[in-house]
Design a protein. Structure first.
Ligand code: AMP
Ligand code: ZN
Length: 467
């Protein structure tokens, strides 16, 4: 079945056609590790995980690169202001390197708790400074750069299609900005490729370069690292919608100017998670972390379920009530699954065809630009349809869960984790019952209970449950 994705480049839903058959190269902009990631950031990482799982479900082998931005970037998108890592360092009293390591670790733990499949490779910006310098040299040789007192800049006026991703009105922006912008930048949209360290101060993170000691601009790491691991042109690039006008626009400018080839075929962007007062952001100071949710009695998978319920291109308003309702739905789903496993009821004639129709509905939903809310609805229809045997329904649900990632099958392993001694006692008890030795059967039931299990009689034997 064909897979359709909404491409920000062109703003249309397009059939996904990979560069190499059966393979998908994917780059996702990762966390800036000067602070914890908030649940808004994780909404984006979850959307990217849904995308990756849909690709895998469709049979693609996914080569996924995610960067870790551990180099200091400036607070504003306009290459000005303080350095985020240095601010983090001042706030916590740790070195910038310690900060990066700590927040990277927490980010990875949270991702794992949310059952996000790790990328093929995490690439730390500070591990690839050489590649970033090489790319700036490439741009310099081709005449795209100029030097100011504070760094090496990219001249965006030299590209006829600058801003195509964001559909920027570049000329309009220039007109409007003439009065207020007074830096040495030639054009308002020009951006730093390399920033010089301040003359009067040593930075914790700085490197030598052909242009002087300093540190890379914010965007160059993604262009350099994606090129290294995915090639000059690759299939998919993702991030949150805030990256469209500046970060991704500038990645495209650098990469295409350097290689002379198209950078990325499909750009996908996730909408924000918002609170009542707008976008959740780190700069607000207070924000919700995954730990805030778990401290309040929710599991990471409750949040995952919540995110499945809103299409990735729609704004999502966070509230504790909605999270509570996601938690309840997930619990109900697990109860249904448990019942199906326990009772294993038969279906009615024609169940295989009905099951396959559901599978088709499911694939149509996920392949229609990741329509997860609809895919969830299909799963709930399966849960409710008792004309299909429990066994077949479970097969479908577990198959769908390859995309949802709710660990629905895991419950099974909890159930079969019963110690051998308990099973032996239950077997002895079954024998005693068939031999009508009810006294022994009762004694064995008590013994099983003392070991933390309850045995229930069933038509075809017995069932064990953990107390
Ligand atoms: P950052 O660590 O700020 O670079 O952000 C990591 C990812 O989270 C990026 O893809 C951002 O676009 C995304 N992001 C930031 N804020 C939000 C939000 N409130 N909702 C959803 N995604 C966000
Ligand atoms: Zn990036």
């Amino acid at each position: 079945m064909k897979l359709y994705l909404f491409n920000t480049l062109g703003r249309t839903k397009q059939e996904f056609k990979p560069i190499a058959e059966g393979k998908a190269g994917m780059y996702t902009c990762g966390p800036t590790v000067y602070n914890y990631q908030h649940i808004g950031n994780f909404r984006t990482f979850l959307f990217e995980d849904f995308l990756k799982r849909v690709l895998i479900y469709n049979g693609y082998e996914v080569n996924h690169i995610m960067n870790i931005t551990d180099v200091g970037h400036l607070v504003s998108d306009a290459d000005e202001g303080e350095d985020k890592m240095e601010i983090g360092s001042a706030r916590t009293g740790k070195t910038v390197w310690e900060i990066a390591e700590y927040y990277t670790k927490v980010f990875m733990e949270d991702s794992e708790a949310l059952n996000i499949i790790p990328p093929t490779r995490y690439t730390k910006a500070t591990d690839y400074i050489k590649e970033q310098i090489e790319m700036i040299k490439c741009l310099e040789e081709k005449g795209y750069t100029y030097i100011t007192t504070d760094g090496v800049y990219f001249d965006t006026s030299l590209l006829s299609d600058y801003g195509k991703l964001a559909q920027l009105d570049v000329e309009g922006m220039q007109e409007g900005s003439r009065v207020e912008f007074s830096s040495e930048k030639r054009n308002k949209t020009d951006f730093a490729l390399w920033k010089f360290s301040p003359k009067d101060k040593k930075r914790q993170m700085e490197w030598d370069s052909p242009w002087g000691t300093g540190f890379p601009g914010w965007h160059i790491e993604c262009s350099a690292m994606s090129r290294k691991f995915l090639g000059d042109t690759f299939d998919i690039h993702c991030g949150g919608i805030d990256h469209i006008p500046v970060h991704h626009t500038n990645e495209i400018a650098q990469s295409e100017a350097c290689t002379g080839k198209p950078f990325v075929n499909y750009w996908l962007h996730g909408a924000f998670l918002e609170e009542e007062d707008g976008k959740m952001s780190k700069s607000k100071g207070e924000f919700l972390r995954l730990k805030t949710l778990t401290d309040n009695g929710f599991s990471p998978l409750d949040f995952r379920y919540l995110c499945l319920g809103t299409h990735y291109r729609k704004r999502m308003l966070f509230s504790w009530e909605l999270l509570e309702s996601a938690k309840n739905s997930l619990e109900r789903l697990r109860q249904n699954i448990k019942r199906m496993r326990d009772e294993n009821l038969p279906g009615r004639e024609g169940e295989n065809q009905r099951a396959e129709l559901y599978r088709t509905d499911f694939i149509e939903s996920i392949n229609d630009d990741l329509n997860m809310p609809q895919a969830l609805a299909v799963m709930w229809e399966v849960v409710r349809n008792n004309t299909i045997s429990d066994k077949l329904r479970l097969e479908l649900i577990y198959d769908f869960d390859r995309v949802f990632g709710l660990e629905l099958e895991k419950e099974k392993s909890h159930l079969i984790e019963i110690p051998d001694e308990v099973i032996e006692l239950a077997e002895n008890r079954l024998r005693a019952r068939t031999e009508k030795n009810f006294k022994l059967a009762d004694e064995l039931r008590e013994k099983i209970k003392s070991m933390g299990y309850e045995v229930a009689d069933k038509k075809d034997g017995y069932e064990l449950r953990k107390l």
